[in-house]
Design a protein around this ligand. Structure first.
Ligand code: ZN
Length: 160
């Protein structure tokens, strides 16, 4: 079976940046299982996996535009400290999820001054070219429930 829309694929992967530093890896864990064609992976990696089958190995080099995007100054914003639910927990370096526009962003506090908090909502991996070393471990049909939810259940997928 080949990876195509609505198939469930399990992959072992190692993610490195341009400097060769390992950012993430499935090593020592269950392979990552995902539902193909539903935006569960970054677009550039899904594209490379399309058509592959069990046992295939590939190296995918994904530019920022097909990964976590290009840094944008629009995503640098200041908020009043009292707008935060738990002002006491707001410190430089703290990361949290924030809904901004249509999307949920990972925001990092970069500065706190005069009760104003400067926040960087660019993804921590924005601007980075990502190198994926991938082996396809399994390709299978999804269950009806997985298709309905748009993601994989069980080992390597969602637990709920
Ligand atoms: Zn589900």
């Amino acid at each position: 079976m080949n990876i195509s829309k609505d198939k469930v694929a399990s992959i072992d992967y190692t993610l490195t940046n341009d400097q060769g530093e390992v950012l993430d890896s499935s090593s020592g864990r269950e392979p990552l299982a995902y539902l193909h064609g539903h935006g569960n992976l970054i677009p550039g990696l899904e594209k490379e996996l399309d058509g592959k089958t069990t046992g295939d190995k590939l190296v995918a080099i994904v530019p920022p535009s097909e990964a976590y995007g290009v840094r944008s100054d629009e995503l640098l914003q200041d908020f009043a400290l009292d707008q935060f639910q738990n002002p006491a927990e707001v410190q430089v370096g703290v990361q949290f999820q924030v809904k901004y526009g249509e999307d949920v962003h990972i925001a990092t506090v970069t500065k706190i001054e005069n009760n104003m908090v400067s926040v960087d909502m660019n993804h921590p991996l924005a601007d980075q070219t990502l190198h994926f070393d991938v082996e396809v471990m399994e390709v299978r049909e999804p269950t009806t429930e997985e298709l309905e939810h748009g993601h994989v259940h069980g080992a390597g997928g969602h637990q709920h």
